[in-house]
Design a protein around this ligand. Structure first.
Ligand code: ADP
Ligand code: MG
Ligand code: MG
Ligand code: MG
Length: 402
């Protein structure tokens, strides 16, 4: 049944699939299965063998997005996800789940079960702290981004990489939802009533901002700098005290390196406004806000430090050794990081895919205040993107927007 034509599996069929198509579980395994997907596009089956205490995840690409059947997507994105996880395991060992198999008929990937981790957005909404996260994510970012750039990769090999991961359908989603729809009164936007006036005045009626988003959209579409994860929000990050794992790279393609870094920063800002408007005034809230500020600052500063060190050690491109070039290049990545931080801040507030950190703020005026901070900061990140050079620059803006 699993070898001729694609269909979306039920939990029972996922058990059958594991028994007949994978040799992961023992023949006498006692399997139980639950579909635990919470994303928009796919089905995630968790299989557990209670007898031998073993488990496995099977992620299957569905034919339409759960969020809206307007998005019909090629199930080939599951191949991309498998191949990227495999590659990222080599570039940044220990930072992604191990993958065991990919099935091009059923469009599913079997991978390591990370149920002992928590999705970072969930943990941050519980106001937990992960002191090693900045160190972990900055290593992941430098390894996956710099090592897939033309600075380090052979240029022919790099062009093959670009070709292998063109990912036109998922790129189109980002082009529409991140770069286009949030910046005009698009019918598909989902704007909170308490934010509409501000969005209209500050975002939709600002032609200077719109011009900048057009420039950024074209850079996203045409600047094949590094192999991106492409969807690096805190819902794609699993955390526990001593370890960080990045999942869900189905949006991967070669684009501006700052795209991934900016997504991480913006999503920490959503956690920041969540803490600010849902925690009681007092010591604990202050500590949480400072933790998030320090994390943002450290990510940028560690990223810079590790980036320059890895460049020294790993650059193969002749001209990369010229005096001043790596600083020029890193400056541009930081500029793009600031811009994407701003785009992500705006698009999650105005656009179709919102984030729970903000939508779960129950009190009307608090939610409106939180959303205004995101939009005001977002606009500054985009308009003043040339001026963000240090971790401190990225944090200061939060104070300026309060
Ligand atoms: P989507 O592409 O649909 O967003 P994700 O890959 O983000 O799918 O997975 C959706 C959810 O499934 C995650 O938030 C997580 O709860 C669970 N999940 C995904 N991969 C794993 C894994 N390897 N181990 C444990 N849970 C996982
Ligand atoms: Mg996801
Ligand atoms: Mg909204
Ligand atoms: Mg996904």
């Amino acid at each position: 049944v699993f070898t001729s034509a694609y269909f979306t599996m039920t939990e029972q069929e996922a058990i059958e699939y594991a028994k007949t198509r994978l040799n992961y579980f023992a023949p006498d395994a006692e399997l139980d299965c639950r579909e635990i997907g919470d994303g928009n596009l796919n089905y995630v089956f968790k299989l557990t063998d209670h007898k031998h205490n073993k488990s496995l995840i099977i992620k299957q690409a569905g034919p339409v997005a759960r969020i809206s059947d307007e998005f019909k997507l090629s199930t080939d994105r599951n191949r991309i996800e498998y191949e990227i996880l495999d590659l990222q395991n080599k570039l940044a060992p220990g930072f992604v789940p191990k993958v065991f198999s990919y099935d091009p008929i059923m469009n599913c990937t079997a991978m390591e079960d990370l149920s002992d981790y928590t999705i970072m957005r969930t943990a941050l909404m519980r106001h937990e702290k992960f002191p090693l996260f900045a160190d972990h994510i900055s290593t992941f970012l430098v390894n996956t981004l710099l090592l897939t750039s033309d600075v380090v990769m052979g240029h022919k090999e790099k062009k093959e990489l670009v070709q292998k991961f063109t990912n036109p359908e998922l790129c189109e989603i980002s082009e529409d939802l991140v770069f286009t729809e949030p910046f005009y009164d698009c019918p598909r936007n989902e704007v909170f009533e308490g934010t509409r006036e501000f969005a209209k005045r500050e975002i939709w009626e600002d032609p200077k901002l719109q011009l900048e988003t057009a420039k950024l959209k074209f850079e996203f579409m045409t600047h094949a700098q590094s192999l991106l994860h492409g969807d690096l929000h805190t819902g794609s990050i699993f955390v526990k005290e001593d370890s960080t794992k990045i999942i869900d790279p189905e949006f991967a393609f070669c684009g501006p390196a700052g795209y991934d870094v900016g997504n991480v920063i913006a999503n920490l800002i959503f956690a920041y406004v969540n803490a600010k408007y849902t925690m009681a005034d007092g010591e604990e809230r202050q500590v949480q806000l400072e933790y998030l500020e320090n994390t943002i600052e450290d990510i940028i500063d560690l990223f810079k430090k590790k980036f320059l060190r890895a460049w020294e050690e790993k650059a193969t491109e002749q001209t990369a050794r010229y005096d001043g070039f790596k600083e020029y290049y890193l400056d541009a990545v930081l500029r793009d990081t600031a811009a994407v931080t701003g785009l992500e801040l705006c698009r999650r507030i105005i656009g179709l895919a919102s984030v729970k950190d903000v939508t779960s703020i129950e009190e009307y005026s608090s939610r409106a205040a939180a959303e205004k901070i995101c939009l005001a900061a977002g606009k500054m990140f985009i308009m003043d993107r040339e001026s963000f050079k240090t971790g401190e620059d990225f944090v200061r803006i939060l104070k300026d927007c309060e």
